[in-house]
Design a binder for this molecule. Structure first.
Ligand SMILES: NC(=O)c1ccc[n+]([C@@H]2O[C@H](COP(=O)([O-])OP(=O)(O)OC[C@H]3O[C@@H](n4cnc5c(N)ncnc54)[C@H](O)[C@@H]3O)[C@@H](O)[C@H]2O)c1
Length: 463
């Protein structure tokens, strides 16, 4: 649900100081970080980077798992080498796996650039054969033909398991189907169980949110996956951003305890024309579906949330201030009680005692979202701005009232999450960090539901 990302050429890490955040020239903020045509291929968590970071005392900000100076631009990477086939099963022929003009996501594109001629998409599973065929036609008419020329379309996973040709066992399964069909225990919505049963050794990628069903069932699925041998990675890709890793590094190096997180997610609604997105019965609402990324980042920095402390208020569609003048859909098609809130403000306590807060707004027009996350610690303010489009970290340290500006150009977190999972499959578990486990993602799911429930409990009722 995010638009943007026009081109910008690569340059190296830019670090500069600015007198105040308000005085930072806007040009500094206008740099899309991961544009599609020249998407980066970060090796920012490579084993070699880890080794050199540990042994190089002159690299004060290098982490054992994070090399901020690694070259990440796609055109600076070695092209993927030829070699044995790497078989991938893709579940879902929609936007996340095959791209759209809504945003930079497109997992197949990253798989192609990670694996090059080795990529063989042996199956595409989607109940809509039309959509699957359309996605394959585009690929087969392009230079990646060899990866898709023998792809077979199946309507569901069981069908694939039963009817797949011999000798094409998958190395990875890439799940980008709607969350309503996974993360649960009822038949037809329990994909994970079938994945690990049929392919106990295969690497699995699963998109966020992990489910739309009961939170308790998502935790049961997490248990099942924890007990399985499969390497599993969930698509909270913002964790892979270099600026986010830099924030982690600063907190670690300075032995800081986070005191507060303050997340703001203001979406631009004018062009969000998917009816289901506006319908809580379909997409679970904007906190579970969208602000989940910022709830996840908040947890990444603040730690475990005491779910009993979550409080929230909302501005509902029937309240005078909740009227939106540029609705892109006919909201009359949605039952009044299933229409989404325009504003949700939540607060909570972390188990550490720190305080978290989130404001989600369906309020902006145009295309670009405004998203920010503040992380506060004694003497430090780490202000992450626009992580989707042009991630910048504004850092205030003790002894200086000014904010330092830290940014990394052409950093592609979508590529990093793809690349790291493939490395785990090929080089063994732990060869690159998997930053979002299923169990951790289930905890984010639980937080988002708590916020939704708290806001509904306190919501004003229609007259
Ligand atoms: N990380 C991100 O930034 C990001 C961005 C976009 C979407 N997503 C996530 O990706 C997932 C898919 O979103 P999307 O935008 O691609 O949706 P989409 O509607 O564009 O595509 C979903 C596809 O899945 C197919 N499908 C439906 N039921 C299925 C089933 N049981 N098995 C297999 N395929 C099935 C549909 O026919 C459709 O082709 C969602 O969980 C969404 O939140 C994440």
């Amino acid at each position: 649900m995010l638009r943007s990302l026009t081109g910008r050429t690569a340059s190296q890490l830019v670090r500069s100081t600015a007198p105040t955040a308000a005085k930072v020239p806007t040009g500094l903020l206008a740099a899309p970080a991961f544009n599609l045509p020249s998407a980066a291929a970060p090796r920012n968590f490579s084993v070699s980077a880890r080794a050199s970071a540990v042994t190089n005392p002159s690299a004060p900000n290098a982490s054992p798992e994070f090399d901020p100076h690694s070259v990440t631009a796609m055109d600076k990477q070695e092209p993927p080498a030829p070699g044995s086939d790497f078989n991938v099963v893709i579940v879902g022929a929609g936007n996340i796996n095959f791209g759209s003009d809504e945003g930079p996501w497109n997992h197949s594109f990253r798989l192609e650039h990670k694996l090059g001629p080795r990529l063989k998409v042996v199956a595409l599973i989607d109940p809509s054969a039309t959509r699957a065929d359309a996605a394959l036609t585009v690929k087969r008419n392009s230079f990646v033909l060899s990866a898709y020329k023998d792809t077979i379309v199946y309507p569901d996973f069981e069908n694939y398991v039963k009817n797949r040709p011999q000798g094409q066992e998958p190395h990875a399964i890439w799940v980008g189907s709607p969350p309503a069909y996974r993360g649960q225990e009822t038949p037809g919505r329990d994909l994970e169980k079938h994945l690990v049963k049929a392919f106990p050794d295969v690497g699995i990628f699963i998109e966020k949110p992990v489910s739309t069903g009961p939170v308790s069932e998502a935790f049961n699925v997490a248990k099942e996956l924890n007990g399985a041998k499969n390497v599993v990675s969930v698509g909270y890709m913002l964790r892979y951003l270099k600026v986010v890793q830099k924030m982690k590094r600063i907190l670690e190096e300075n032995n800081l305890k986070v005191m507060a997180t303050n997340a703001r997610y203001f979406m631009a609604y004018e062009h969000t024309a998917k009816l289901d997105w506006w319908d809580k019965s379909q997409s679970c609402g904007p906190i579970v579906e969208q602000a989940t990324h910022f709830c996840d980042l908040s947890r990444y920095f603040g730690g475990e949330v005491d779910l009993d402390t979550v409080m929230a208020h909302s501005l509902e569609h029937f309240e005078p201030a909740g009227h939106l003048s540029k609705m892109p859909i006919d909201e009359n098609k949605i039952k009044p009680e299933e229409r989404i809130p325009r504003i949700t403000c939540a607060t909570w306590k972390y188990e550490s005692g720190a305080v978290g807060s989130l404001t989600h707004a369906v309020a902006l027009q145009g295309y670009n979202y405004a998203t920010e996350l503040d992380v506060l610690a004694d003497g430090f303010s780490l202000r992450l701005v626009d992580p989707y489009n042009a991630p910048v970290l504004y850092l205030r340290r003790p002894g200086d009232d000014h904010e330092e500006v830290i940014r990394y150009n052409q950093d592609d977190p979508f590529f990093s999450e793809v690349s790291n999972l493939i490395d785990n499959i090929e080089k063994g578990p732990g060869s690159a960090p998997i930053l979002s486990s299923y169990e951790d993602a289930a905890k984010t799911y639980a937080l988002t539901w708590k916020i939704r429930e708290a806001s509904e409990k306190s919501a004003k009722k229609p007259a």
